[in-house]
Design a protein around this ligand. Structure first.
Ligand code: BYC
Length: 337
């Protein structure tokens, strides 16, 4: 299984910052470049180029949106969990995802964009969130498979982010990864139990694996050659490992887990390649991925509508919290006077 000790290549030389065409004062730029080259951390009070700030707000806010939209496919199953134990675990997991969204919105706010602005962009369909959450959860086995494969893919992507050059994002990711690790294990364990059950349960698990496998591979993002943000993101130490490398690590880690579980992965071209020391796998349907990313997947409209409704239904909570904060502030001022 995944742990935070997974080794991450650290080739600082390949990340040395390319000179940006910029009107920024050369001295501050040089200090920023030197910090990145030395694998240091940039903190909110430090000067940073606008393009670095913008990239971080884009990535961190998309990540935050993914966490809170990611609550929905599994949340659908809280009322239908097959036992009290499974229900308690699922509630805790979904709640954790909400917490991850909050850490991440807070990290993005340190860059000068408010949570309200980010949430508004999501609700207006202007912000992205992970493609993976636009597919339906048809059976209880989907909940286990999301834990095993979706959280497994997420951990693979997020462990390197614990060493991201932007301090608040890196620190948020340390806690997120610890919790994701528990999510992955609970998913795998619940599938193990189903695989020891009836033939109908085993079929249900296999069907869920068949539906989610390719979506999980696509989740790592487009191939490196078609990833417009990768080169600069890697040079800035925001991304540490490329989309394709992470995808390959995920395939290599998952194949033995599938074997242990007793399920097959739906790819006739999947096989160990001795020369590469990795598994080869078949082609990913990128047209389907972009169709979904661009808002036309099976559940995009439903997910967004549910989020907007939840936000509107929660307006009274925000108003009450603000009124309470104002009251406390007034009381504190009165006491100080
Ligand atoms: N879905 O140049 P690229 C979770 C976009 S939540 C949608 O490679 P970059 C969980 C990409 O944004 C896990 N869009 O971009 C929660 C870019 O568009 P823009 C979420 C995608 O940023 C609940 C364009 O494609 N994890 O684990 O260098 C329950 C070109 O891509 C996707 C994170 O957010 C996608 N899958 O790399 C269970 C991790 N992939 O922005 C689990 C943080 C790519 O230029 N984010 N795009 O319009 C990252 O690591 C990176 O942003 C990505 C993309 C690897 C996702």
């Amino acid at each position: 299984m995944y742990t935070q000790s997974m080794s991450v290549p650290d080739d600082s030389a390949s990340r040395s910052v390319q000179p940006l065409v910029s009107a920024e004062p050369a001295e501050r730029m040089a200090r920023f470049d030197a910090c990145i080259d030395a694998d240091g951390r940039i903190e909110p009070q430090d000067w940073m180029p606008e393009a670095y700030r913008k990239t971080l707000v884009r990535q961190i806010s998309q990540h935050a949106h993914s966490e809170i939209v990611g609550m929905l496919p599994e949340g659908n199953w809280i009322g239908r969990a097959p036992s009290l134990k499974r229900k308690a675990i699922l509630i805790a997991k979904v709640q954790d995802e909400g917490g991850h969204g909050l850490y991440l919105y807070s990290a993005a706010e340190t860059l000068g964009t408010s949570r309200d602005q980010m949430v508004q962009a999501l609700h207006e369909g202007k912000a992205k969130y992970s493609s993976i959450f636009n597919y339906p959860t048809l059976t209880w086995a989907d909940v286990g498979v999301i834990g095993w494969l979706v959280d497994g893919a997420a951990i693979m992507n997020q462990i390197p982010l614990c060493r991201c050059s932007y301090g608040p994002y890196a620190r948020a990711m340390v806690r997120v990864c610890k919790e994701e690790s528990f999510h992955q294990r609970q998913g795998y364990e619940s599938l193990m139990v189903m695989m020891r059950g009836t033939q109908a349960q085993r079929d249900m698990v296999q069907d869920a694996v068949n539906r989610w496998w390719w979506k999980c591979l696509a989740m790592f993002g487009p191939p490196d050659a078609d990833s417009p943000n990768s080169v600069q993101g890697m040079r800035w130490g925001i991304k540490r490992v490329s989309n394709d490398e992470l995808r390959q690590q995920f395939v290599d880690a998952t194949v033995p887990q599938a074997k242990l579980l007793g399920v097959s992965l739906p790819d006739p071209l999947l096989k160990w390649n001795e020369a590469r020391g990795h598994h080869d796998y078949g082609p990913i349907d990128w047209d389907e991925f972009w169709h979904t990313v661009n808002g036309n997947g099976p559940c995009n409209k439903e997910r967004l509508a549910t989020r907007v409704k939840a936000h509107e239904d929660g307006a009274w909570v925000r108003e009450a919290a603000l009124a309470h904060a104002r009251k406390r502030q007034q009381a504190a001022l009165k006491e100080a006077a």
